[in-house]
Design a protein around this ligand. Structure first.
Ligand SMILES: [Zn+2]
Ligand SMILES: [Zn+2]
Length: 106
């Protein structure tokens, strides 16, 4: 999955990786709790019946600003025009929930 990564993204890994780790682990704990709550309510464990899952690459925005991981640090630079469409979600910012699409097809 790393074939298409650019040099600026690699640079962003060093600094952005630390920020990312901090931002990722807190929501993970939260989602673990809400997952058990959702299942007890009969809701979809993945999306909570939203039928959509936010794209993790672009954080649901549909665009990658100056690389996937350094967009926080380079927020001002990104306004100059280094943002590009997210290829992971095809710029939609979300995916269809695999769990819900399974149910609707059945
Ligand atoms: Zn995306
Ligand atoms: Zn779902």
């Amino acid at each position: 999955m790393f074939e298409h990564i650019t040099a600026s993204e690699i640079a962003g890994f060093g600094v952005g990786g630390l920020l990312l780790a901090a931002t990722i682990y807190a929501p993970k704990i939260d989602s673990f709790i809400s997952t058990s709550q959702r299942s007890s309510l009969g809701m979809c464990k993945k999306c909570g019946d939203l039928r959509l899952i936010a794209c993790s690459s672009c954080k649901g925005s549909g665009t990658i600003k100056g690389g996937a991981f350094n967009f926080i640090l380079l927020e001002d630079k990104s306004k100059v025009g280094s943002s590009s469409s997210c290829t992971k979600c095809r710029a939609r910012g979300h995916f269809q929930c695999p769990e819900c699409s399974k149910l609707s097809q059945a």
